[in-house]
Design a protein around this ligand. Structure first.
Ligand code: URP
Ligand code: ZN
Ligand code: ZN
Ligand code: ZN
Length: 473
């Protein structure tokens, strides 16, 4: 037989269509879509299952330098394994520049960290923290040509924050190269001011992390980023939008005809600020500390409106995994003294798709096709991977998840594959779960059992994003 694999009897769901058909796979790519595919070396019976493009999680942090006191809980092996177990076939983590160092040298280190480790394909977004003339004029163009075609910039965090002048410098390089800029929109000075005041009042518990970064600081930064983007005519993607305030800025920008895109995450439809209270304001609230912080149930409703109305192109995990009960994690000696030193971020690469399916499709808020767009197709289009990734079509990579829409699972640490010692969704019940993840035609995870190997995943040189074309191009 000239086919390596046939997936038979399933219902294929793409961002646009839901079709009963079989899939034939050869050399890691989809060779055939037909009513009946026979004569393959191996056949998978997908009857009763949905057959969807594997998830693409375009916002993942792995093995990222987190300062001298803290170690990230996932490297590329455990992080990619966890991603695959959650139905993903591609991840795009960040290669972060350390201030005072060459971005290129830092990216080389991330390539070394990932080499031979990942079970699924991966790309890199660049984080620009020190935009020197060399970085702007030589390193960014060269790295762009190497396939790292998106740059993230931060408007907060001591080690990452850029001034407005620096934001404009990076935006203008992005415009020239047609790179897509991702913006972490939270205002540095306001947060610093509020955090200082809280600490002076003795309010140091993890809960006050959320109080120190209210929606207003996110809205202000979103507005400022949009204004800079308009000034230079450069498209931007505002990542991890947490609620109504920043969303209204994005809607406003779109009404003005600006190319302002947006991402949201599972935490903003399922968690609230109260989770950071833990048990009686104890340290367990640290398990939920991430930025922007989870808000309230009204914000969750706002995010659903945004998901249904197309405000958000992508739904990503912002997987940023730390250990909870560890001196090098959430509860470092410093972290115990104040929320200010609790590392920001939560693990979620494995639970992203089940949470969106369960809360979205199973509850009738979005269609299965919208689910595919939000978890896979739009990520591929936004970040220069389409149509190699993100859809089920002849010629595309055979990156596929078999999905049981009716399967009930209780999310809990013991069923997950990540490196963290906890999940923020312990006890959360979902309907809909991946049964098998297939990456370039190979089974990576089957019923929670890992079949793939580190090194099976390759670095993806991404094309430039069609979404990064300026209005006046
Ligand atoms: O708290 C978060 N989200 N940490 C990850 C870093 C970032 O800003 O995305
Ligand atoms: Zn590279
Ligand atoms: Zn961020
Ligand atoms: Zn992030």
């Amino acid at each position: 037989p000239d086919l390596d694999l046939a997936i038979r009897g399933g219902t294929v769901v793409t961002a646009s269509d839901t079709i009963r058909c079989d899939i034939g796979i050869r050399n890691g790519r989809i060779a055939l879509l037909a009513e009946a595919v026979t004569g393959a070396a191996r056949t998978i019976d997908a009857s009763g299952l949905l057959v969807m493009p594997g998830g693409i999680d375009s916002h993942v942090h792995l093995d990222q330098d987190s300062g001298p006191d803290v170690t990230m809980a996932d490297g590329f092996e455990s992080g990619s394994r966890s991603a695959a177990a959650g139905g993903n076939t591609t991840i795009i983590p960040f290669a972060m520049q350390i201030k005072g160092r060459s971005l290129r040298a830092c990216v080389t280190e991330y390539h070394a960290k990932a080499e031979g480790q990942s079970l699924i394909d991966y790309g890199f977004h660049l984080i620009v923290s020190d935009p020197t003339p060399t970085v702007l004029n030589q390193e960014l163009p060269a790295l762009f040509a190497d396939g790292c075609t998106s740059f993230k910039v931060f408007m907060t965090y001591d080690d990452l924050v850029l001034t407005d002048r620096q934001l404009l410098e990076v935006f203008s390089v992005a415009r020239r190269e047609q790179a897509l800029v991702m913006v972490h929109a939270e205002g540095y000075d306001s947060i610093k001011f509020l955090a200082d005041r809280l600490e002076q009042a003795g309010k140091t518990a993890p809960y006050y992390h959320g109080v120190s970064r209210p929606e207003i600081v996110e809205r202000e930064a979103a507005h400022r980023a949009i204004s800079h983007a308009e000034l230079l005519d450069v498209p931007i993607m505002i990542v991890h939008v947490s609620g109504r305030e920043a969303m209204e800025q994005i809607r406003w920008a779109r009404q003005r005809g600006l190319k302002v895109y947006a991402e949201t995450c599972p935490q903003y439809i399922t968690l609230t600020a109260d989770d950071m209270k833990g048990l009686n304001m104890d340290m367990s609230g640290a398990k939920y500390v991430c930025s922007p912080p989870p808000r309230d149930t009204d914000s969750q409703k706002a995010i659903w409106e945004g998901l249904k109305q197309g405000v958000f192109q992508t739904f990503s995990s912002d997987h940023c995994p730390f250990f909870y009960d560890s001196p090098r994690g959430k509860l470092s000696p410093k972290g115990r003294t104040s929320f200010r030193w609790v590392p920001n971020g939560i693990p979620g690469v494995e639970t992203r798709m089940p949470i969106l399916w369960s809360e979205g499709v199973a509850k009738g808020r979005i269609s299965a096709n919208e689910f595919v767009a939000l978890t896979s197709t739009n990520h591929a289009k936004m970040y220069g991977l389409y149509p190699q990734k993100g859809t089920i079509a002849v010629g595309a990579d055979a990156d596929i998840v078999l999905w049981d829409a009716n399967r009930k699972e209780t999310l809990r640490q013991e069923i997950l594959h990540h490196g963290s010692d906890y999940t923020p969704w312990e006890g959360f019940e979902v309907t809909g779960y991946p049964v098998m993840t297939i990456a370039r035609g190979r089974t990576v995870v089957e019923e929670g059992k890992v079949r793939g190997s580190p090194g099976d995943g390759r670095f993806l040189k991404r094309d430039k994003s069609p979404y990064a074309l300026p209005l006046g191009a």
